[in-house]
Design a protein around this ligand. Structure first.
Ligand SMILES: [Zn+2]
Length: 82
């Protein structure tokens, strides 16, 4: 069990060490994230499709003692040729 939880907030998925209530953080809960910001939690299925905050990702991997994947997904959407 890692000492942090993932939470969608401000358009990205962040990680926080704040205690997570049963069923998840209620909408609007202000949480201090691993990237050093204070953000309001957002609930809802679509929020989980957001990109992972790279700073939280990095910190979460460090806390978990896991190496980061070598290649990080680009945060810029690839240009489509439709
Ligand atoms: Zn973050």
């Amino acid at each position: 069990m890692h000492p942090f939880h993932w939470v969608p907030a401000d358009g990205e998925r962040h990680a926080t060490t704040a205690g997570r209530p049963l069923g998840g953080y209620p909408d609007g809960t202000v949480l201090e994230t691993l990237c050093g910001r204070e953000l309001r939690a957002v609930s809802g299925e679509l929020a989980w499709l957001w990109f992972t905050c790279p700073d939280c990702d990095h910190e979460a991997h460090r806390m978990a003692g896991a190496p980061l994947p070598r290649r990080h997904r680009s945060r810029v959407a690839p240009s489509s040729t439709v």
